[in-house]
Design a protein around this ligand. Structure first.
Ligand code: ATP
Ligand code: MG
Length: 153
């Protein structure tokens, strides 16, 4: 099987999927981009990932919508980034991206489409879509080294 696709019926299931995903990448970290419309559940998934990595409770994890970056200490540094409000590319250029995206960190990025320069650093994509009954279809995709996207084995 090359494919990991899930249906999440509610917020808790999405958080749990984030936890399960975190277990797969726990040791070495990764750069992960979350894609999907406003309010679809990207931050919810990130909360699961971050709580698994750091043992911080989900209620204490807030969206970096206004701060742009939230940083968490754990064995690996964890960065949660939201580029929704980045429209000034110069502002994005001034970010210390090498620190966030370095090997041995976990970097979760929402709205990477607003700063496409970063796409080449992404190891995993999490795609989230709503279906007609408001459930979330969540696909986990791992990128190949040659840049092609391949689903997680
Ligand atoms: N199955 C589900 N999974 C995740 N969230 C759900 C689900 N069903 C309903 N929700 C609701 O959808 C919202 C998801 O919000 P969240 O902040 O995670 O979205 P987001 O994709 O990060 O949005 P934004 O683009 O604004 O950052 C929450 O209010 C949550 O309660
Ligand atoms: Mg969000």
């Amino acid at each position: 099987m090359y494919m990991q696709e899930y249906v999440s019926k509610n917020l808790e299931e999405t958080i749990e999927l984030g936890r399960q995903f975190a277990l797969q990448i726990k040791k070495e970290g990764a750069n992960v981009a979350l894609k999907g419309n406003l309010g679809v559940g990207k931050t919810a998934f990130c909360k699961g990932v971050i709580s698994q990595f750091t043992n911080i409770s989900v209620d204490e994890i807030t969206s970096p919508t206004f701060t742009l970056v939230e940083e968490y200490g754990s064995k690996l540094p964890v960065y949660h980034i939201d580029l929704y409000r980045i429209h000034d590319l110069q502002e994005a250029e001034d970010f210390p991206w090498e620190d966030y995206l370095a090997k041995g960190t976990l970097c979760l990025i929402e709205w990477v489409e607003n700063f496409p320069t970063l796409e080449k650093f992404i190891d995993y994509y999490i795609y989230i879509e709503k279906n007609i009954t408001n459930e979330r279809l969540i696909s986990l995709v791992k990128k190949d080294n040659d840049g092609r996207q391949k689903l997680i084995t």
